[in-house]
Design a protein around this ligand. Structure first.
Ligand code: NDP
Length: 279
């Protein structure tokens, strides 16, 4: 049976550690506040925003909520971000994505001050990751690194295959694994013979956005399998990009969905907020 990598437990450990750090910063008079902006009322975004605010409350930092109507203009949103950039009481700014279609997502990300970009999406923070300098790292891939390290899974010298090359998951994931001295292969929709590439992986990280696409045939015996995907099935249950029931007997270690990577994203967002406080 594969080792089950428990993201729920690990994310709780991280949040408890952060709670202590926040208390100690507060005793020195350092306060933290995260500004959370949501444009429109996409139900999935509302759930994410609510969970982020709950996590702030848990670790002891203030969250400021900006719920803007769908018809907000891009200029209005940019003006709000600029005000928050200048506000010394706010040390983290997050604009929940996706934004409505009439807005340029990249422009919004670019407008957030890099020193307050706790999502780690600004090109300055992405660039810092590329050259190995300090900056905010995208939360989901940073969470995967914590899952591996805190589960005692060796990364250095291992062959890691990352399936997916998005800016928020696949690319930063590959860079972080490289920083941890893995040998990294990145796959995408044009990769030839994906199965045989995946089968070479000691650590297989999947972020394709296709429910249960990765079956046992893609996995080497004993490999560690990290499933970033999250999908709501017709029966209402959640599943990942990996077919858990098929892959679990082959894998050496595996993350479940839910309870794997998902909870880590918010824990690492809180980690970035605390880092923003200490800078
Ligand atoms: P994107 O849709 O932005 O990227 C998907 C990537 O997968 C692309 O690079 C695409 O390749 C590649 N891909 C698609 N189909 C195939 C295929 N058949 N074979 C090989 N590669 C393929 O998704 P995200 O990176 O944003 O998210 C991935 C998954 O992770 C989603 O399920 C999402 O819901 C989940 N997610 C979960 C989070 C969490 O907190 N747990 C946070 C963020 C995302 P190409 O570039 O060639 O098009």
């Amino acid at each position: 049976m594969a080792q089950l990598i428990d993201g729920k437990k690990i994310s709780q450990e991280i949040k408890d550690e952060l709670k202590e750090t926040v208390a100690s910063l507060q005793s020195k008079g350092i306060e933290g506040a995260l500004a959370v902006i949501q444009v429109g009322n996409d139900p999935a975004s509302s759930v994410y925003v609510r969970n982020k605010k709950k996590a702030c409350e848990y670790i002891g930092i203030r969250s400021e909520s900006y719920e803007l109507p769908e018809e907000t203009t891009e200029d209005e949103l940019l003006a709000l971000i600029e005000t928050l950039n200048e506000d010394p009481k706010v040390n983290g700014i997050l604009c929940q994505l996706p934004v409505p279609e009439h807005m340029d997502e990249q422009k919004i990300i670019r407008t957030i001050a890099p020193s307050k970009d706790v999502d780690g999406f600004h090109t300055q923070n992405v660039g810092a990751l590329v050259v190995g300098q300090q900056g905010f790292v995208s939360c989901t891939p940073a969470g995967v690194i914590q899952l591996l390290k805190r589960s005692g899974i060796e990364i250095s010298g291992k062959h890691c295959v990352v399936v997916g090359r998005s800016n928020i998951v696949g690319k930063p994931m590959a860079l972080l694994m490289l920083q941890e001295n893995a040998t990294v292969t990145i796959c995408h929709s044009r990769t030839a013979d994906l199965k045989s590439v995946c089968k070479q992986a000691d650590i297989l990280i999947v972020a394709v956005g296709k429910p249960k696409m990765i079956t046992a045939e893609y996995v080497k015996e004993g490999a560690t399998v990290i499933d970033v995907g999250i999908h709501r099935q017709e029966d209402g249950k959640l599943c990942g990009d990996v077919d858990f029931d098929q892959v679990e007997p082959v894998a050496g270690a595996i993350t479940p969905v839910p309870g794997g990577v998902g909870p880590m994203t918010i824990a690492m967002l809180m980690n970035n907020c605390v880092e923003a406080m200490t800078r």
